[in-house]
Design a protein. Sequence first.
Length: 260
Amino acid sequence: MHCVDVLVIGAGPSGSIVSALLNKQKLKVICVEKEKFPRFVIGESLLPNCMNILREAGFLKAVESYGFQYKNGAAFSWRDEYRYFDFCDKSSSGDGTTFQVQRAIFDEILINEAIKQGVEVNFNTAVEDIVFLDKYVEVHLSNNQTIKAKYIVDASGYGRVLPRKLGLEVQSSLSSKKAYFTHIQDNINEILYDRNKILITTHPEFRDVWFWLIPFSNGRCSIGVVGEESKLNINANDEDTLKHHVYLAPMLKRLLNNAS
Ligand SMILES: Cc1cc2nc3c(=O)[nH]c(=O)nc-3n(C[C@H](O)[C@H](O)[C@H](O)COP(=O)(O)OP(=O)(O)OC[C@H]3O[C@@H](n4cnc5c(N)ncnc54)[C@H](O)[C@@H]3O)c2cc1C
């Protein structure tokens, strides 16, 4: 049986970073990822403190050299109103800028850096069961392999492997929300439009329905709407539903008039 100090479930940003940090501590780490990379994930606009974590893991140079969209703040709009915050306008020390990233590429860069540092990664392999024994855990994988680990780290994100296994899931007290999102060629040609900021827009009528517009460095952007299903459902397919809501927001309609 393969024996390790730590088995990490999932090779998203959490999994690749925790694997690299533990590997730096001279622990024997294996990271198990159920997908084949690159794979699509949502969550593309980083916060400046991510830079500290990427630096500590030894990933920052690789991320900086890819050419992701520079990000220095966030802008907010409602109807014709617009405000922005520059993350460098602050009184504390630390990074004030970061990136907006296509996660398929970003996550692959991170895990490849972890592999270069010596972390063993098994892609296309899901953690299927975990048996807790006295001094170690036995982790059963989809490729029929069993790994003996002193510790496990659950970095499975939306997979929530351990909470599901241990019955720790708690119903959120917030109302349930749905998101419709995609990547588009934005063709934004407004001279004053600031690609360096995420643009968060609230719906002209329903203030609890909101949109994100996250520009990338290649002329494309991520666009999405979030809200309660009852406010988003217009009995149309997903693409028409997203378009319908985006074009209700005057600033988004103007900016994305030529988008494809
Ligand atoms: C609509 C929406 C918008 C968002 N926007 C932003 C944003 O702008 N900025 C931001 O910072 N965050 C954003 N987020 C949050 C962001 O998506 C997550 O915080 C982030 O992806 C978490 O990374 P992670 O590494 O923890 O998990 P993930 O990226 O989810 O990675 C977990 C990995 O575990 C793997 N896995 C799951 N189950 C198993 C298993 N049984 N065995 C092996 N592997 C398994 C999965 O395949 C996956 O690769 C957004 C989230 C949503 C829903």
